[in-house]
Ligand binder design. Structure first.
Ligand SMILES: C[S@@+](CC[C@H](N)C(=O)[O-])C[C@H]1O[C@@H](n2cnc3c(N)ncnc32)[C@H](O)[C@@H]1O
Length: 296
């Protein structure tokens, strides 16, 4: 997620929530409304994979939501959302939570994780690397930090939370080929693929303007939820994003043959998400080579 912080006024999101409206696109459900309210209407034990990036409380400029709550109020709210997420997750489900702090507020993700210990086991901690320099070459994009005190922030957290810490994953489905092929026979592997590990380099696509990011200040690339869904490994999974924004997780669900459920407060974002889901479904139906066919 990227974007420019701004000063804002604290507000409790649920009290400002608009009326809930539900839309279906094929097998996918998109809800305009408050996520806690919508989650409470969902059946328990009904979701396989949750992939979401909530507001980070660092002052991003969303259309409807004010991203600057009192810190304890924010953490209490996130715990409340997580409690509902836990309720709707199947016992063998995975919850991938993408969060980051800012240079001025670096503790928020860690404070949040300490609070979530009462609800989940932290099964994996993945770093989503948006940009990296290898030798003299830089790959990917980042927003420069204009301060001599801080280095640029090129990665975000991706916490993999489960109910008991014992969910079996399909590690090789997002694995990488061995560099040294002699390792395959020497270590008795059946295929040329090893676990990718916990640093995932997923750059943003190069864009020419805000429109290509759907005028939303904090999207993630489709490949991120796609890799989470694939790592979880269940066929035709039910995939939930309670903070769907422009529907990136639902596009990933379409590409991975899942059934998506997305919720967002903002009408315009939900409309963008509906269009993106329709387009992703059309590409899948045509069997066209879309970005979904990209090698992971
Ligand atoms: C970081 S963005 C998610 C972006 C998304 N991953 C994407 O790629 O487009 C967080 C989203 O949470 C939404 N939001 C904030 N409060 C909410 C609430 N109470 N219920 C549902 N959505 C909410 C905001 O409108 C915003 O779009």
């Amino acid at each position: 997620m990227t974007g420019r912080p701004r000063a804002g006024q604290a507000s409790a999101p649920p009290s400002r929530a608009p009326r809930t409206i539900r839309y279906t696109e094929g097998p996918h459900l998109l809800v305009r409304g408050d996520c806690i309210r919508a989650l409470r209407r969902m059946a328990a034990d009904s979701v396989d994979v949750v992939v979401t990036s909530p507001p980070y409380n660092i002052g991003l400029k969303y259309r409807t939501y004010r991203d600057r709550l009192d810190e304890n109020g924010y953490l209490d709210w996130m715990v409340e959302v997580a409690r509902e997420v836990r309720r709707v997750m199947r016992p063998d489900g995975s919850f991938f939570l993408n969060v980051a702090g800012s240079s001025a507020q670096p503790w928020i993700p860690f404070e949040l994780m300490v609070r979530l210990r009462e609800l989940f086991v932290l099964q994996n901690h993945i770093s989503w690397v948006k940009s990296i320099s290898v030798g003299a070459e830089t790959h990917g994009h980042f927003k420069p930090v204009n301060s001599p005190r801080y280095v640029n922030r090129n990665h975000e957290h991706l916490f993999h939370l489960t109910l008991a810490g014992d969910v079996t994953l399909s590690r090789l489905d997002i694995g990488v080929p061995y560099m040294d092929k002699s390792n395959i026979a020497r270590r008795g592997h059946r295929q040329d693929r090893r676990c990718r590990g916990d640093t995932w380099f997923i750059p943003y696509e190069t864009v020419q303007g805000r429109a290509q990011k759907f005028h939303h200040p904090g999207t993630f690339p489709v490949m991120l939820p796609q890799m989470c869904i694939r790592l979880h490994g269940k066929r035709a999974p039910v995939v939930l994003d309670p903070f769907m924004g422009t529907g990136t997780t639902l596009v990933a669900a379409v590409r991975e043959g899942g059934q998506g459920i997305g919720i967002d407060l903002d009408t315009i974002y939900v409309n963008v998400a509906r269009q993106r889901v329709r387009e992703a479904m059309r590409i899948e139906a045509d069997g066209a080579t879309g970005a979904g066919d990209q090698e992971i």
